[in-house]
Each structure stands twice: as structure tokens, then as C-alpha cells.
Design a protein around this ligand. Structure first.
Ligand code: CA
Length: 234
């Protein structure tokens, strides 16, 4: 199957860059490369890639700056591929506007799966700006956007208004990590004091209602110190 999709690989380490390019080419992606932020920006504006894989530690600038610049005018999917594995680095990149974050070293199947997810989000993006309709289904879990209701198998799950809003937001961006700050601003408004505790309490209640074993969630995963991720829809 020919992808015909073009991926820009921004990486100054030539061995990693070559490795990623080989993997992408073998999977029928068209590949562009850049080894600096300046080159990346010019490739993005002149070649309009479908997705960017971005190293953060670039010789001329920090990758986060590039993300912010691109986000001023484009929703182009950006996946950060970085050796920085601290929680605050992930939060910083995601809040700057990255779609996902992969830590080096990574497996090729993980890389390809994250790319497919980000591409799918891009394709759904038009819907994201309209009111979400239809149903989100994953295993026994079902959220009905039209009826504002959540079901587990046949069972109607009673969520409070805020609990529902949190779950609906995660469903809308399923597969993607949403940071605590992003969720809080979406539910409690842009001027909400960033207090993770209230979100944690809500999440504990949600999990008690939808997860068989809240300690080992099947639907909403915790990215420790970063945020939450809803499992992919079926
Ligand atoms: Ca680097």
C-alpha cells in the first residue's frame, strides 16, 4: 500500500536521522530531512509535509521554539522524538503544541503507530472544530456524544457534568496525551488556577465508575506527571 504521505525528519544526529529515514521509506512514506531548526522551517513552508518528526536539541535553536512558531499558522502534526525523558520536557513540548512525544531509544513499531495516530487526528481535525457527533466506542466502553451519556456494556453510567466533560474531551482526542493544564483549562476555563488535585479527584471518581479495576485502568491511562490518554477507539 502506497502512503504518498510526506514526513519531515528534523534531526541533527545523522545516524538517528538515517535510521528513521530507512524505516519510513521502507513503509512507503516520502521523506524529507532537515538538520537544523532553520532548515526545518524552510522545508515546512516550501514543501508542506504531512507530518514532522522533531528532535528538540537542534544546533541552532530549541525544538520547542520551532513548535510554537509553526503553531502560529499551522495545525501540521508534530511528533517530538527526543532523548529528554523528564516529565516537564514532555509537558513543555505538548503544551507548546506538539501532538505526541516519543522518547529515545524507541522501537520502530511504536514510531509507526504514533505516526498513524497523528495522521488520523489530522484527518479528523475538521470534525474537531465542529460539535462532536456520534459515538466513541472502545471495548465495552461507549460514549454517546449526541445523548451526552456513557455506557459500559448495557449499563448506563452516571457521571457528573464535569466528569462527563473530562471523559468526552479525552474521547475526542483519543490516543493523544492531554496535559493536566490543557484539561483543566478546557473544563474549568482559561482563568482556572492550575490545580491538579481537583482533576485527580474527578479522575478517581470517573475510574471508579468506568474501570473494572481502577488501579489498572483499561480505558483512561495516566502518563505520570504529564496527563491522561484515552485508549484508541475500536
Ligand atoms: Ca539533537
Amino acid at each position: 500500500m502506497k502512503n504518498n504521505e510526506c514526513i519531515l525528519v528534523v534531526e541533527d544526529d545523522s545516524s538517528i536521522r538515517n535510521f528513521i529515514c530507512t524505516v519510513l521509506s521502507a513503509n512507503d512514506y516520502n521523506v524529507l530531512t532537515a538538520d537544523s531548526a532553520a532548515q526545518a522551517l524552510s522545508a515546512i513552508t516550501s514543501n508542506c509535509p504531512d507530518l514532522v518528526l522533531l528532535d528538540l536539541g537542534l544546533p541552532d535553536s530549541d525544538g520547542n521554539k520551532l513548535i510554537k512558531t509553526v503553531r502560529e499558522w499551522s495545525l501540521l502534526p508534530i511528533i517530538v522524538v527526543s532523548a529528554r525523558d523528564r516529565e516537564r520536557d514532555k509537558v513543555q513540548a505538548l503544551d507548546a503544541g506538539a501532538d505526541d512525544y516519543i522518547t529515545k531509544p524507541f522501537g520502530t513499531s511504536e514510531l509507526l503507530a504514533r505516526i498513524r495516530t497523528a495522521m488520523r487526528h489530522r484527518n479528523n481535525r475538521e470534525d474537531e472544530f465542529s460539535i462532536q457527533k456520534g459515538k466513541f466506542v472502545a471495548g465495552d466502553f461507549c460514549l454517546d456524544f449526541d445523548k451526552h451519556r456513557v455506557f459500559l456494556g448495557e449499563k448506563d453510567i452516571h457521571l457528573t457534568q464535569n466528569e462527563y466533560k473530562i471523559v468526552a474531551l479525552l474521547c475526542r482526542y483519543s490516543g493523544k496525551v492531554l496535559t493536566y493544564d490543557y484539561i483543566i483549562k478546557n473544563i474549568w476555563g482559561p482563568y482556572a488556577k492550575c490545580d491538579n488535585q481537583i482533576l485527580r479527584v474527578n479522575m478517581a471518581n470517573i475510574r471508579r465508575k468506568i474501570e473494572k479495576n481502577p488501579a489498572e485502568p483499561k480505558y483512561i491511562y495516566t502518563e505520570v506527571g504529564v496527563g491522561y490518554r484515552m485508549t484508541e477507539r475500536d
